[in-house]
Write a new protein. Structure first.
Lengths: 93, 265
């Protein structure tokens, strides 16, 4: 299973909780602190690294506050320059 | 034989990010309002088609007015309901641009009904995005033409009485019935599947405009948790359970030219 993580922009989050309802592993909860607009932002709680980077939370976010990273295996020949990271934005295709 | 060793590297890739066509500004929409989601979908499709420099948006009056601030596009704000008329003027002078309007239901279905009907009747080559949240959001949740039968709003505290106020307006079906419309779809954004369908509809509508197919419109059933008095999740559930029953989702009109585009990809 691919491993992933999300980065939530705490200032852009309005605490609508829609991401918490779609996470298949229930890894997102609302923080105990407030952001400068007075909302409780969402936070990822994933000590066992169960996030797969499925991006359902980011797709659902009305404020585009979530970035999703996913680990992928890249086969490369030794010595070849395949180290550059390709930006692939996969929305709900 | 060369000795080449296959190495498996694990790399972390950014797989979902804020679209480039969306500004960094935090929107003024209420928490859970799907205006934000629809703005994001339109921005994603504009990025995907690479038409950001070539697109002109026309904003209306209502919550959707801030569309011009949240998308990195050239934009004009039209008087209430007149976004299609302004868009037609731009499109006729600059036919190589992609011209879009982004209107709410109070704007398009009430005061702007005439403009959008004649735009569709003449087959003007613009795209209208119509956000239907079944009330006037910005002014405090009054009844709109799209308010459902029996729905409680601030001006219909007993629920919309269809005996005196008539039935809600189905804009997508109305526009689809006109000869000049090329593509009309109704979408929603209550789960990942409907969001994907909405994105595909936006893409097809913009591609149809670029292929000069005629008037295109995408209607979105949108949540208004604040004025509906529901939680963001409850509002999405209400769309799924109640709104979709009266406003069926799907492609309502696909002209032959758009059908050819669809198969061409």
């Amino acid at each position: 299973m691919a491993r992933g993580r999300i980065v939530i922009n705490l200032e852009a989050c309005k605490g609508c909780q829609l991401c918490t309802t779609v996470c298949p592993s229930n890894l997102i909860r609302m923080a105990n602190s407030f952001n400068s607009r007075g909302y409780r932002p969402a936070e990822l709680v994933d000590p066992q690294q169960r996030c797969t980077g499925c991006a359902l939370c980011a797709i659902m976010c009305p404020d585009a506050a979530i970035e999703v990273f996913r680990e992928v295996k890249v086969k490369s020949q030794e010595g070849s320059a395949a180290e550059e990271v390709v930006l692939v934005v996969t929305g709900p295709a | 034989m060369d000795e080449q060793i296959a190495v498996v590297n694990v790399q972390e890739q950014l797989v979902y990010a804020r679209p480039r066509a969306l500004t960094e500004e935090t929107t003024n929409y209420c928490p859970g309002c799907t205006h934000g989601l629809i703005n994001k979908l339109i921005a994603e499709v504009i990025d995907e088609l690479g038409i950001q420099e070539n697109t002109i948006s026309v904003s209306p009056v209502g919550c959707s007015v801030f569309f011009y601030r949240y998308l990195v596009l050239d934009g004009v704000v039209a008087p209430h309901g007149r976004a299609p008329a302004v868009a037609i003027g731009i499109k006729r002078m600059l036919p190589d641009r992609v011209v879009i309007t982004y209107q709410g239901d109070g704007d398009m279905a009430a005061i702007g009904m005439s403009e959008v009907v004649w735009a569709a009747m003449r087959g003007e080559n613009i795209t209208a995005f119509f956000v239907n949240n079944a009330n006037y959001g910005m002014t405090g949740g009054q009844m709109a033409p799209t308010t459902l039968a029996g729905q409680v709003t601030t001006t219909t505290p007993e629920g919309r009485d269809v005996e005196t106020m008539g039935m809600p307006t189905r804009m997508a079906e109305l526009i689809a019935g006109l000869p000049g419309s090329a593509y009309v779809a109704r979408c929603s954004t209550y789960d990942a599947r409907t969001i994907r369908d909405a994105r595909n509809a936006i893409r097809l509508a913009l591609r149809a405009q670029m292929a000069e197919a005629g008037f295109t419109m995408v209607e979105f059933l949108s949540a208004c948790p604040t004025n509906w008095g529901l939680s963001p999740q409850g509002a999405l559930q209400w769309i799924k359970d109640t709104m979709v029953a009266y406003y069926p989702l799907g492609e309502i009109k696909v002209s032959e030219a758009v059908q050819r585009l669809k198969t061409k990809r």
